[in-house]
Design a protein around this ligand. Structure first.
Ligand SMILES: Nc1ncnc2c1ncn2[C@@H]1O[C@H](COP(=O)(O)OP(=O)(O)OP(=O)(O)O)[C@@H](O)[C@H]1O
Ligand SMILES: [Mg+2]
Length: 301
């Protein structure tokens, strides 16, 4: 099995959101669905990282944005149907937290220590105001939207997603005004997608522990902080472990989902990315990274 590559028409970019090196624009696909084309940063593996992450999220049973590999004017990227189609609206984390916590400045900073896990937990555990994602079949072990978010943090730890900042999660306000957690999106800063093939090979081959893939895996940091004022965001594994403590049943559920996922399913996912979209060293590195992170997560059980 190979993932398809959608060819976005050259003239599709009627509403260009952002010019420059990295276009991102909305267009209507052939079925008339409002769809985002997101170009990978030139030379980076953002497109395949996004696709692999999406397929891992699917295997875990997480609500997630759909991504397909795509090209536009020969440039690789991904396409993703609008999570907030029609009259629905996506409200990003910074805006959500600024509404709930007085003094929270809704900045667009990717690194902002106001963005603490305990604040996110307080908002998403409030079942009276925030529901779990629409259309997602909620398992009994997941009591609230924070239980779902704990699964997003487990995904981040598994793929080494360094980018769970305040603009990379949000709520959807439905056309009827109901608030729910948005499916997880934007996982392109993961799986070592920005490393060179030379570094990838070195990290796989080295006997120097400090240069090893295990050490690389341990260093991944989330965009979530333990405390406001902390100099650095939490490690991805710490962020999940903290969420697990706050919501033990949900955390345990997501760990169980990883435990029952056979390791070769990760290989099947990486193998399904076409050769034209990923180099062998990148595929190998991404797979090994996930298998190491899988073991690190299972050690929390
Ligand atoms: N499938 C989607 N449905 C609705 N909105 C989306 C979708 N994908 C992305 N967006 C919106 O576009 C924004 C940017 O997309 P994304 O986070 O995937 O890319 P990015 O590379 O982080 O770009 P940026 O650096 O501009 O945040 C998101 O914060 C979100 O508001
Ligand atoms: Mg983003």
């Amino acid at each position: 099995m190979t993932y398809p590559t959608i060819v976005v028409p050259d003239n599709a970019s009627t509403q260009l959101e952002q010019l420059g090196t990295k276009p991102k624009f909305w267009f209507e696909d052939r079925e008339g669905t409002e769809t985002l084309f997101k170009e990978g940063y030139p030379g980076s593996g953002e497109h395949w990282a996004e696709k692999i992450a999406c397929e891992v999220a699917r295997q875990l049973g997480l609500p997630h944005a759909e991504y397909e590999l795509a090209t536009w004017r020969g440039r690789p990227g991904v396409v993703s149907p609008n999570l907030a189609a029609g009259k629905a609206r996506l409200i990003l984390g910074n805006e959500v937290l600024a509404k709930v916590f007085s003094g929270y400045q809704a900045s667009e900073r990717r690194r902002d220590s106001q963005h603490t896990l305990s604040r996110v937990a307080a908002v998403l555990s409030n079942t009276a105001s925030v529901a779990t994602p629409a259309g997602w079949d909620r398992p009994p072990d997941i009591a609230d939207a924070f239980g779902v978010f704990a699964g997003y943090l487990l995904l981040d730890a598994l793929i080494g997603n360094q980018d769970r900042h305040q603009l990379n999660w949000g709520l959807i306000r439905s056309s009827e005004g109901r608030l729910m957690l948005a499916p997880t999106f934007d996982h392109a800063s993961s799986l070592g997608r920005n490393e060179s093939d030379k570094v990838r090979r070195e990290r796989i081959m080295t006997r120097d522990k400090g240069r090893s893939l295990e050490t690389y895996a341990q260093r991944a940091r989330s965009g979530l902080y333990r405390n406001q004022g902390s100099p650095r965001p939490m490690l991805t594994l710490e962020a999940f472990a903290d969420a697990h403590k706050l919501s033990p049943t949900a955390g345990g559920y997501w760990l169980h989902r990883v435990a029952v996922l056979p390791p070769d399913s990760f290989e099947a996912i990486t193998q399904a990315v076409p050769d034209t979209m990923i180099a062998d060293a990148a595929r190998d590195f991404a797979l090994r990274l996930m298998l190491i992170n899988r073991e690190r997560l299972l050690a929390l059980m």
